[in-house]
Design a protein around this ligand. Sequence first.
Ligand code: C2E
Ligand code: MG
Ligand code: MG
Ligand code: MG
Length: 281
Amino acid sequence: FFASSSVAGFSTYSPNMDEHSPRRLTLMGELKRAIERDELQLYYQPKINLTNNTVTSVEALIRWKHEQHGYIPPDEFILLAERHRMIRPLSHWVLQEAFKTCAEWHRDGIDLTISINLSTKDLLDPELPDQIAGIAAKTKVQPEWMHFEITESSIMGDPTRALIVIERLRSMGYQFSIDDFGTGYSSLAYLKKLPISELKIDKSFVLDMLENESDAIIVRAIVNLAHNLGLTVTAEGIENAESLEMLKAVGCDVGQGFLFSKAVPQDELRAWLAEWNGRAH
Ligand code: C2E
Ligand code: MG
Ligand code: MG
Ligand code: MG
């Protein structure tokens, strides 16, 4: 079903990708059911502090294992959910699940921050801050335990409206990261104005930087830019020791990637963490 849709090619017009095709609509009905029946799962990928090898945060990444089609990548069903006005219930589910898990961890003395990905539509929803405040109150999660990842593109669609939501959450104590940095369309002048605390270098640069000098130059430039703006810089897509060494050498603060761990269910994350913390680094 999804075989022909690469992540990058997804928004093009191949006939069976038609968003109104019966199969797509069926899938959206199934997603709705999956949310209602709690058939989605939130996985967590550790973010490693590259200066001291500690793990103080994780990124929450949604997983949908469809009974017939198997695993459907989030890049694909999130875009669909946005088009079919399903993103609100989806994001609500993600927020509830992540806040609940965060509260459990802190109750058990696991002092981790969770980064949650927000979509374009979330940033345009003026009710989002109140909704988050409600979930935080119910789960007794402190804002400092939660970060939100947004992309340049998700802000630039309607920067004025997006900024209202971002500023509100910021004033409540939540921090923001720019995800996939370097692939979007924001201007540096705009970046300076955003109340963010982290830049995440897109994994395409990190994956290619050992073979491609331009990618290595871009990685170094983003690290310097972030530091000069007083921001933390995180690299995603660290798959091997060589990339890790290069990132450490250029002063990247935090790293994420298959070299450390892929995203895993929360019980596996606990086991991974115990193992990681027990190891000498
Ligand atoms: P993202 O936020 O940029 O997440 C990073 C993606 O890179 C994840 O893919 C992760 O599994 C993958 N990744 C991590 N380390 C490596 C590595 O070393 N090598 C490679 N090749 N990939 C790595 P995933 O989980 O498929 O998520 C894709 C995108 O879907 C995310 O990109 C994010 O934009 C979106 N997404 C995921 N979960 C959510 C969610 O709960 N809500 C929203 N709105 N979007 C989500
Ligand atoms: Mg992210
Ligand atoms: Mg990313
Ligand atoms: Mg992404």
